[in-house]
Design a protein around this ligand. Sequence first.
Ligand code: ADE
Length: 243
Amino acid sequence: MTTTAILSALAEEQQGLLELLQQPQKTSHAGRDFWQGRLHGQPVVLALSRIGKVAAATTSVALVERFKVGRIVFTGVAGGLGDGVCVGDMVVASGFVQHDLDVSPLFPRYEVPLYGQARFDCDKALTAQLLRAGRAGLASLALPAKTLLHHGLMASGDRFVSGADEARSLRSALRHGGHEALAVEMEGAAVAQVCFDYGIPFAAVRTISDRADDTAHVDFSVFVKDVASLYAQAIIRELMKLL
Ligand code: ADE
């Protein structure tokens, strides 16, 4: 049976999953705690990416090399960038781009040197399962009818975007480079690139905690404390049934 890694950025996002973990066994490695066990009968490893692309890459490599996981799923929160991507909505990623990567004029803006691409796509089959799980998870949470599930590109970078002007210019620069991003976060592109390197499937879902605008830090903190873990629990429960 393939072992699934479930990554979250923050302890608050992971808490609900840890509560559901059966036969939990903790291993400390590379300054991180890895929780092996079962969720709804599926072998899993729960881990924190920590914050930012380098930290997320370290955790991802450890998951592959040391824990031999066969796929990685990320659940966490993100700032909404696209029109109509509101706090409380969910975004299932189709792929990732690094919004802070710029090796121009040597390479086109956003392109990852020596890969010949800017965008790292998520695994299609795993993403289809995550979309189904997201829909079922949202339904189970009895949220307001206007809560939406989106599917599209996410942008990762090593900064918390907390200004309406910054969010606007980040979005329009990405668009200029041919990338229409729905949400912004700080880890996904790194995990996607590691999974590409190792040839293992990757999928990601993010709940929108803020609009990456001037109140982003306040909205983010409230959401992460009160809501994020419930979303992660609901989505992962549904995903485990589909694997
Ligand atoms: N994760 C959640 N909200 C974010 C934001 N505004 N910027 C970057 N990462 C985020």
